[in-house]
Ligand binder design. Sequence first.
Ligand code: HEC
Length: 109
Amino acid sequence: MISSRTVVAIGLGLALCAGLPLQAADGDAEAGKQKKQMCEGCHGIAGYRTAYPVVYSAPKLGGQTVGYLVKSLQDYRDGARKHPSMNGVAASLSEQDMADLAAYYTGAN
Ligand code: HEC
């Protein structure tokens, strides 16, 4: 005979396994490539070098690590890192968007 307490414990265990996002979203570089249009106006075209450095005044994203890119975007979204443009941009991104964009940019140059 299984006690109701055991049933509750099993149910909770299953709920924990199935429901909670225990790790960060997996990034999809192809999806990120589709989403990066809104970044390019400021961050330039990956791999492109302009003769006028002033055009490249937003930091280069290509080749930075996934962890750094995602953390930066989360910090802008949460206000831990402040910049009016990036706070606005990051607020419009989901965790999946951030993961996808990071996956794309880490492989760009
Ligand atoms: C309106 C211009 C603008 C747009 C659009 C924009 N950015 Fe930025 N971004 C900036 C500027 C300027 C900074 C530097 C801000 C600072 O000093 O904190 C920055 C910083 C960043 C950083 C931190 C880089 C570092 O080296 O610390 C990341 C990551 C980033 N942006 C990602 C993105 C992504 C992804 C998008 C598109 C979804 C995007 N940005 C769109 C202007 C922009």
